[in-house]
Design a protein around this ligand. Structure first.
Ligand code: MG
Length: 246
């Protein structure tokens, strides 16, 4: 099969989230990497009666609740919506003033997340190699569009892509067919004309194969494939190996 378009996943495919780069905070005697280290002091300046422990517990719980909603409602839950859940759990009333406070906390949280992302320069070189050969696009599941776009800009790869879809901006996330269909429509191609490359079997491979796209699984850790998921067309251990396939 010859493909016309190569579509990439972003996180853990083109760029890595490095948890060790998050600031360290001690909660209940335990050292934890979390953006709470930077957002709690800002929060506590206003709501000093809420302890770090209570804050962090709600922070984690809102994360889990957002993940649950994504699963059951098959849609993206934005970081803003997650922070709303977080404030509700802390019983902070949502007034126009606290809304803008929430937005400023979210900005600090996201700046911290963006700083923890590492994009290997070899990936930019790979995209440069691919560009004269294929049309390139990207579909990312991420709860904050501007941050995903900032990661791409910092990696110097934004202009490599003809199309960039971030789930938060669409409201749908992989593996749902809708986000792949939006991409095909925008690119004016049929799914069979594209091949998708991503690290997650249940998100990237199931999603791409589900709409009839080709799929390459980036399996860095030598994981086992779940039999319920349609097998990818190719498996690579390093992203650069796709040069030998495409
Ligand atoms: Mg990924």
């Amino acid at each position: 099969m010859s493909y016309r378009v190569v579509i990439f996943d972003l996180f853990d495919t083109l760029a890595d989230f490095v948890r060790e780069r998050l600031p360290l905070i001690h909660i209940n005697g335990e050292a934890i990497r979390s953006t709470s280290a930077v957002i709690y002091p800002i929060f506590a300046a206003r709501h000093g009666h809420i302890s770090l422990e209570t804050f962090y517990q709600a922070f984690r719980k809102s994360f889990d609740e957002a993940a649950r909603l994504r699963e059951v409602e098959e849609r993206e839950v934005s970081a803003r919506e997650r922070f709303h859940l977080f404030f509700q759990m802390l019983q902070v009333p949502l007034t126009p003033d606290s809304e803008s406070f929430l937005a400023s906390l979210l900005d600090v949280h996201m700046a911290c997340i963006a700083d923890a992302v590492h994009a290997p320069p070899e990936h930019r070189e790979l995209l440069e190699w691919l560009r004269p050969r294929y049309r390139l696009a990207l579909i990312s599941n991420f709860d904050h569009g501007p941050t995903a776009r900032k990661v791409l800009d910092r990696a110097g790869i934004t202009s490599s892509f003809e199309l960039i879809l971030i789930s938060e901006e669409i409201g749908q996330r992989k593996p749902h067919a809708a986000i792949f269909e939006v991409a095909c429509q925008a690119l004016r191609i049929t799914p069979a004309e594209a091949i998708f490359i991503g690290d997650s079997p249940s998100i990237d491979i199931a999603g791409a194969k589900g709409v009839g796209m080709g799929a390459i699984w980036l399996d860095r850790k030598g994981d086992r494939l779940d039999e319920a998921i349609p097998p990818p067309d190719h498996i690579v251990k390093r992203l650069e190996e796709i040069k030998g396939i495409l």
